[in-house]
Structures are given as structure tokens and as C-alpha cells.
Ligand binder design. Sequence first.
Ligand SMILES: [Zn+2]
Length: 210
Amino acid sequence: MTKALFYDDTYLKERQAKVVRIEGNKVLLEETIFFPQTSTEPGDTGKINDSKVAGLKKENEEIWHILNNPPVFNEGDTVNLQINWNKRYEAMKLHSALHLLAGAFDSEFKERAVAGAVKSKSAYLIFKNELADEIIQKALDQANKDIQKGLEIKTYEDKTRKGFKWCQVENYDPIPCGGLHVKNTKEIGEIILKEKIIENGKQKLMIGIK
Ligand SMILES: [Zn+2]
């Protein structure tokens, strides 16, 4: 299995690791700082030595690094890992922004988001029904207030279920989450509403950060 270092420290930008296996342009390492994309989170890109990492592939407990070309290093070598930090940090901020905004809708208006995802430069939340403009604006204001307050964002593993993770923003209710977060809401900056869309009767809110 690959040791996933990005959960213990989401701020790791560089690291050395040992190559376990190479198959064509796929590389398996003992441990990695590269986050594999999921259906709701963009994955990392970056470099292993001078080879570009185009993406990741998770197979069971193994995280494969997909290079553009077959690597020039060998199994057993120690290599340098470097993630594209700007892309990662943007995703961490957007992901954390979704938590705050969904939290504001839920705690203030009992409107619970039914889905949400981070894309490369924006993110979205989906609600079962259309929301009034006034509610949307108030929830946004609340979330941006929480950002300015500089609330701590904690993540921790469930005590009984191994690999199951929780995320908690200050004193809000903890929620299950396997995404990557910033440590403090201040880092998010400001949430901006990009678009309000009705899709199949559901409300979709596209947001960005600045
Ligand atoms: Zn999360």
C-alpha cells in the first residue's frame, strides 16, 4: 500500500520517496504527497524528478502516478516529488469554502446541500429545491463572516473506523469528509457567487474565491 502523506499534512509541497514499482509510464512509490482525484475533488499534478505527473490512479490501497512518458529513474531509486502547489491550494480553499457555505445554509436556514464538488477554478453546491435570492445572499454573507473570523478547521480519523475521516470547522457539527482543507478559514479569502442555475428543478450554486 502507498502511505498517503497528504492527509497528515495538506501543506506538503515537496518530498523525497522511494520508487517501489514501475509499469510503463506508471510509478508506484512507498509514500506520496500527490492527492488522487475523486468524483468531487480535482487531483494533483506536478513532477517526479524531471518527469511530469499528469494524474493519479488509485487501485485498492495503491496510488499510481501516471507520467507523460516512461520515467528515466528506476525501481529502488529515491526521487523528488513536487506538486503543483497553486492548483492544490486553490482546491483546498474551494473545498473549505464549500464546507462553510453548506454549513451556513444548514445552520441558518435548514437548507441542506445534497451534493457538492470542486472543479479546477470553481466549485458548486446543489440543493433539492430552488432557493430564494435573499436566503442565498444571507448564507453567503454568513460564510464570509466566518472566513474573516479566522476559524480553525480540524480533520481527524474516526476512532473506530480506520480510514474514515471527519472535518470540523470550529464549533460547527463535524461532518464526514475525505477532502483536503486549509487550517484556518482566513486562508480562503472571500467566497463569490458566480452563477445560480436551476437544473432539473434543483438549485445549483457555482462559487469561486478571490
Ligand atoms: Zn472536507
